[in-house]
Write a protein of this length. Structure first.
Length: 124
């Protein structure tokens, strides 16, 4: 069977719709690969995370969400004052050069009473 005979267009069905947005196209490709092989493991995603368009999309999602300050306690206003493009360019460069080191995350431990937050280094 030739490649033309195996294609969806050759069978009379429409060509699959591929998103024009590059980030959405990446998400779609990863989704399809995972669906095609449920046991597949994705080992080479780091280069995708470093992409400027992916980082920009992440910022848009955080901004739309009114994201809370993270472990570094940096607010959205502080990021915008510093410069979103400047920050994303720096993060992308640090990621590509493997210099990015996130701060340790806070852990919430179950205790039967309202959540208790454990700060990095063991302090509560």
């Amino acid at each position: 069977m030739s490649a033309g005979q195996a294609s969806p267009a050759a069978k009379g069905s429409p060509e699959p719709r591929v998103p024009r947005d590059p980030v959405r196209a990446l998400q779609h490709a990863l989704y399809r690969a995972a669906k095609a092989d449920p046991g597949r493991r994705f080992h080479a995603l780091f280069d995708k995370v470093c992409r400027r368009d992916v980082l920009q999309r992440a910022w848009v999602a955080v901004r739309a969400n009114n994201g809370a300050p993270g472990i570094d306690k940096t607010t959205l206003a502080e990021v915008e004052e510093y410069g979103v493009d400047r920050l994303l360019d720096e993060v992308a460069a640090e990621l590509r050069e493997r210099r990015y080191r996130p701060l340790p995350a806070r852990r919430v431990l179950p205790s039967g009473r309202p959540s208790r937050v454990v700060e990095p280094g063991g302090g509560a």
